[in-house]
Ligand binder design. Structure first.
Ligand SMILES: [Zn+2]
Length: 64
């Protein structure tokens, strides 16, 4: 079971293995490989969601 925390400006993701993020609207999981975006389109619920509204897996590479 992956624990998710809100994306913050301190969130990091690994360049090669990426990070799992969760859509706050439909809770669909997505894999990302960088955080250099401001908005991300969720193909599942067809919403454009602001970066800081997404949830990111809580991991060793996040500082939370
Ligand atoms: Zn969604």
């Amino acid at each position: 079971m992956i624990e998710f925390v809100p994306v913050t400006r301190y969130s990091r993701c690994k360049r090669y293995s990426g990070a799992t993020i969760k859509c706050p609207r439909c809770h669909e999981l997505h894999q990302i490989y960088h955080l250099s975006w401001s908005f991300l389109y969720c193909q599942h619920c067809q919403n454009t969601i602001e970066k800081f509204d997404w949830l990111i897996e809580k991991g060793k590479h996040s500082k939370l």
